[in-house]
Design a protein around this ligand. Structure first.
Ligand SMILES: [Zn+2]
Length: 210
């Protein structure tokens, strides 16, 4: 099954993706994974993307699209996505979505809908170990990591004001994508305001139906 995951930062899709992968064998493929794979294997498109990144520039849409298509295709051909995949972090723009759709039929788009208040509340609590990247929430009350002793910090862009801006940008960018997939009839909306277990149940029902 070919799935796209959509949802604002902090909506919990990463957590759910791990659960789906474990349960259904559908691979979680983030755009970051695809970039890393293309760059480390030194493909022409990977090298091109790397040039932009090294200069601190944004990788243009057409390069990103080619990179995702090529790397995804390579993974499909080598059999590592035999039970399907969940794309995360791509597409981000309507152009990217349309190009992807020309390249392959997506079966399902899981949209994790979450209220702004809930996202900001979650982000405000989010912390992680600066050394081993283990996640913590503010309520955990640790200052050093229980696994490695590293310092527990908050990401710079998790600052509430920064997070709010990021959310606004995200919404503006994502709205056309949601409309597009709705029109194609493959969008399924998940209420991500709910507790994690309930979200998981809803997803299981959805995936059972498809
Ligand atoms: Zn740690």
């Amino acid at each position: 099954m070919k799935i796209i995951l959509l949802g604002a930062p902090g909506c919990g899709k990463g957590t759910q993706a791990v659960k789906i992968q474990n349960k259904f064998g559908i691979k979680h493929v983030s755009s970051g994974d695809l970039f890393r794979a293309a760059i480390s294997s030194g493909t022409p498109i990977g090298n091109l993307a790397k040039e932009y990144m090294n200069k601190g520039q944004l990788v243009p849409d057409n390069v990103t699209i080619e990179l995702v298509k090529n790397t995804l295709q390579a993974k499909i051909e080598d059999g590592s996505l035999e039970n399907g995949f969940m794309l995360d972090g791509f597409p981000r723009t309507l152009d990217q979505a349309k190009e992807l759709q020309k390249f392959m039929d997506i079966d399902l788009v899981l949209y994790f809908e979450i209220s702004n208040d809930k996202v900001l509340e979650r982000i405000a609590k989010r912390k992680f170990c600066s050394k081993c990247k283990e996640n913590y929430v503010a309520g955990d009350d640790f200052t050093t990591c229980t696994k490695c002793g590293g310092k527990i910090v908050r990401r710079d862009d998790d600052d509430p004001e920064v997070a709010k801006k990021r959310l606004e940008v995200y919404e503006k960018q994502t709205f056309p994508l949601i409309e597009y997939y709705k029109e194609l009839g493959i969008l399924k909306t998940i209420n991500a305001d709910q507790p994690q277990e309930k979200v998981e149940q809803d997803i299981n029902v959805l995936l059972g139906e498809v």
